[in-house]
Write a new protein. Structure first.
Length: 146
């Protein structure tokens, strides 16, 4: 089943809201990642409950400023920094439904981003691992008496 224009808009908006370009650290160049196409790979490989979530959750998150902050605004009307902060707060919320919605979308965004080689290179994701059998030793200091 195809996504409607509203579902596509909501999913793309939400997935793109996890990275604040003003924040230090990881950023994406404009157009570097097609978040919607990346999320569609996850959507097609998911079971029915996750598919339903990937259709409904972005629509619910469009209204997040209303039910989380009490502001009469849609997520898309907020600046990107505020959207990122709102989704970050929801991911750490004590309310399970808020955490669940944002974690599902954050997972979809991460999977979409890691499809792109330049993103993996920026994060060092593809760097070689230690050869099998390499021992790692830890230095242990004895506890000092108080």
């Amino acid at each position: 089943m195809r996504f409607t224009a509203l579902e596509r808009y909501a999913l793309t908006l939400v997935l793109g809201s996890f990275i604040d370009p003003a924040a230090e650290g990881f950023t994406l160049a404009p157009g570097e990642v097609d978040l919607f196409d990346g999320a569609m790979i996850m959507y097609r490989a998911s079971a029915l409950p996750a598919r339903l979530g990937m259709r409904v959750v972005p629509l619910l998150l469009l209204l997040a400023p209303l039910y989380v902050q009490g502001r009469f605004a849609l997520l898309g009307s907020l600046p990107l920094a505020e959207r990122a902060a709102l989704l970050g707060a929801m991911a750490g919320s004590p309310v399970f439904a808020f955490r669940g919605m944002t974690v599902l979308m954050k997972l979809a965004a991460s999977m979409a981003m890691f499809r792109v080689a330049s993103v993996r290179a920026k994060t060092g994701f593809d760097r070689p691992r230690r050869p099998a059998g390499t021992l790692v030793t830890l230095a242990v200091r004895p506890l000092e008496a108080a």
